[in-house]
Design a protein around this ligand. Structure first.
Ligand SMILES: [Zn+2]
Length: 105
């Protein structure tokens, strides 16, 4: 996650954390992003969701980054609550990435 966030910097990044029977892994999503927003095409999401379904893989969490150091979720970030209840926010502070966990109620 941190690697992807660093790679996308100064723009935001987004992805899923998915789980198979045996392991968890990070699945970056292609997105249009800027320093303060990130957007995934609905068709891309649908494709990803179908592929995961076919592979019997579950989305356990969603993550995205805030390169500007903002440590709270924005109104637009609530879109992510539709994908998974657990959310990881990567915040860039003093050139290091910090991970914060949120749970949507
Ligand atoms: Zn955000």
């Amino acid at each position: 996650m941190k690697q992807q966030a660093a790679f996308a910097w100064p723009n935001e990044c987004v992805g899923f954390i998915v789980q198979t029977d045996l392991q968890w892994f990070v699945m970056p999503l292609p997105a249009q992003s800027g320093p303060q927003h990130v957007f995934v095409e609905p068709s891309t999401l649908l494709c990803a969701a179908e592929a995961l379904d076919d592979g019997n893989v579950q989305v356990v969490a969603v993550y995205h980054s805030h390169p500007d150091g903002h440590s709270s979720l924005s109104a637009a970030d609530h879109q992510f609550s539709a994908w998974a209840r657990t959310h990881f926010l990567l915040v860039r502070v003093n050139e290091a990435w910090h991970i914060q966990m949120f749970r949507w109620s």
